[in-house]
Ligand binder design. Sequence first.
Ligand SMILES: C[S@@+](CC[C@H](N)C(=O)[O-])C[C@H]1O[C@@H](n2cnc3c(N)ncnc32)[C@H](O)[C@@H]1O
Length: 289
Amino acid sequence: MENSYTSSFARIYDDVMKEVPYHFWFEYLKDLLKYYNLEVESVLEIAAGTGNMTAELIQLPKVKEIKALDLSAAMLKRAQAKLANYELEDLNLEFFRADMTDFKLKADFDLVVSVFDSYNYLLRKEDLKASFSCAAEVLKENGLFIFDMNSIKRIKTIEEKKLMLEGEDYSCLWEDIVNIKESLWQVRLQISPDNPDLPAFEELHTEKGYKIETIKKLLHQSGFGGVDVYRAFNLFKANDKVDRIYFVAALNKESLARKRNIFTKISYSIKNEVKYFLIGLKSIFKQSI
Ligand SMILES: C[S@@+](CC[C@H](N)C(=O)[O-])C[C@H]1O[C@@H](n2cnc3c(N)ncnc32)[C@H](O)[C@@H]1O
């Protein structure tokens, strides 16, 4: 990820992402945890960015420890500043800089989690495998590893376009570039601060799409005994044609068998589909006023 998530982009990241429904993603994550009957006291968040999901994770009712890593020091600095505004009684929270493909920790965790396509930033299968192996090493025997990815179909079908985003003190030319053959989606960002004393800067972000079977195979090779895949944001099985996929992996297959019944699955799915639809409507409404 050279040339991305520099301090210049970290400064505007939250503004550019202001419509991202982190709270809804957290509600869905909580449903997954309830569905698998997992009570979480310790969490490792991978690629935590500016800490938007961390700010949700601290609300898990029994959580006592959260460690959150990211490769970008600039993103982590924002995360630290953001979380400093919360009262964190009885919670041990630590951000640290690390590469998700190569980290080691002494502790082990009930939940290892990563959201917002961060795993699509790994462009080689070897890197995915290395990262999954690191996650397996720090997961408790009965814990869960949950992460989302953009599907290969979504990556290949993103419409190539340019659009201008206007922030309060910057403008940003966003350009989507798609390489269908390589399943790559790139976003070139040209950001110009309004203040003429600040330099303009450019970043290039690259995500790669993988087939579900590839990811499952890599998870198995990395020590995960069981993997379930869901269509975001419900509890029905994903295929390669959906846009966003949630992977739920466990060291022991039996941990995935703790699932609740079909009625829970249906009710969580309907609830989240309706909420997601309403969030979409709200966002369309906001854009049109
Ligand atoms: C799309 S952002 C998502 C950030 C955060 N999870 C969120 O929901 O806002 C992707 C994040 O992945 C991080 N990242 C990319 N490659 C990484 C790597 N090899 N190791 C750790 N973090 C990485 C970036 O620094 C960035 O913060």
